[in-house]
Design a binder for this molecule. Structure first.
Ligand code: PBG
Length: 336
């Protein structure tokens, strides 16, 4: 009987050797923590479908940011729940909206934290769609071009308040070009644009829509978000967004779309983010709570898989947990 000539197990023999040949690394530097901010004071409302997450008022969000910064998390992504909703989502571009207010307050206490903001209409419109509605032949459709103006106004208000990164998540065509133009014209050429470029119509957003009170009141988002059967389309979306001026691009969700992450990274040499969405968080949390999965090792394994696929940046509700775990068990994320 012939013995194998190639022995892959040699490089797996000790932890030191394994660490030396390791390729993908999860680092706290790459993590972004999403925060959902709501009006009020001293309010922290737990999100039932996302155990461990809460909607919080601005004062609590500031405290959370101080803690995140001290744990080594470099960035947050802000979502807002407004005081009121209307057909046009007009509270979104008010300077007194919860997001500009939060940006100013956080900036004051955390001058170096990277503040990213989600730019979209769905949390602000009474109908819950990501754009303005228009009737065409008796049918309500989400109108592309009139929505661009609203998104541009929101982006400028966020930039004025002090956001470092504007992240449009609406999936209208041409929004990156429109927003870039508006930012530049208002003196915000330095503000970074992170495009939710390949954002799929996904059922994994379910828990978030409950969290952000942003589910569409009729229909669904499939006329603007991408069909999950496709990956060529992701390449087209990203190419256009880069041409229109995106500085960084995103694939969303992450776990069921690792092939898309890999393909995008191999096609475009630009910083790539992936968004490990609410449903990915909830399913890992739920299994961990049942005692069916080991939370820490499974989460680190899943997030490392996103890095291995090609993501440079990971937006994850586990960001804070990972930073805390690393303090207790440095070997979880050995480079930190
Ligand atoms: C807003 C938006 C959504 C998410 C991020 N921005 C919801 C949606 O498109 O319905 C999802 C985030 C998550 O599930 O964690 N358009």
């Amino acid at each position: 009987m012939a013995f194998p000539t190639h022995r892959l197990r040699r490089l797996r023999r000790t932890e030191k050797v394994r660490a030396m040949v390791r390729q993908a690394h999860l680092e706290l530097n790459d993590l972004v923590m999403p925060l959902i901010v709501r009006p009020g004071q001293r309010v922290s409302r737990p999100i039932v479908s996302m155990p461990g997450q809460a909607q919080m008022s601005v004062d609590f969000a500031v405290e959370e940011c101080l803690e995140l910064e001290s744990l080594g998390i470099p960035a947050i992504l802000l979502f807002g729940i407004p005081e009121y909703k209307d057909e046009r989502g007009s509270s979104a571009w008010s300077e007194d909206d919860v997001i500009p207010t939060a940006i100013r307050a956080i900036r004051q206490k955390c001058p170096d934290l990277i503040i990213m903001t989600d730019v979209c209409l769905c949390e602000y419109t009474s109908h819950g769609h990501c754009g303005l509605l228009r009737e065409v032949n008796g049918e309500m459709v989400v109108d592309n071009d009139s929505t661009l103006e609203c998104l541009s106004k929101i982006a400028v208000v966020h930039a004025q308040a002090g956001a470092d990164v504007i992240a449009p998540s609406d999936m209208m065509d041409g929004r990156i070009g429109a927003i870039r133009k508006a930012l530049d014209a208002s003196g915000f050429a330095q503000v970074i644009l992170l495009s939710y470029a390949a954002k799929y119509a996904s059922s994994f957003y379910g828990p978030f829509r409950q969290a952000a009170e942003s589910a569409p009141k009729f229909g669904d988002r499939r006329t603007y978000q991408m069909d999950y059967h496709n990956s060529d389309e992701a390449i087209r979306e990203i190419r256009l967004d880069l041409e229109e001026g995106a500085d960084m691009v995103m694939v969303k969700p992450a776990l069921a779309y690792l092939d898309v992450i890999q393909r995008v990274k191999q096609t475009f040499p630009v910083p790539l983010a992936c968004y490990s969405v609410s449903g990915e968080y909830s399913m890992l949390k739920a299994a961990a709570q049942q005692g069916w999965l080991d939370e820490r090792t499974c989460v680190v394994e899943a997030l490392t898989g996103m890095k291995r696929a090609g993501a440079d940046i990971i937006i994850t509700y586990f960001a804070k947990d990972v930073a805390e775990w690393v303090r207790q068990i440095p070997s979880l994320c050995p480079r930190e």
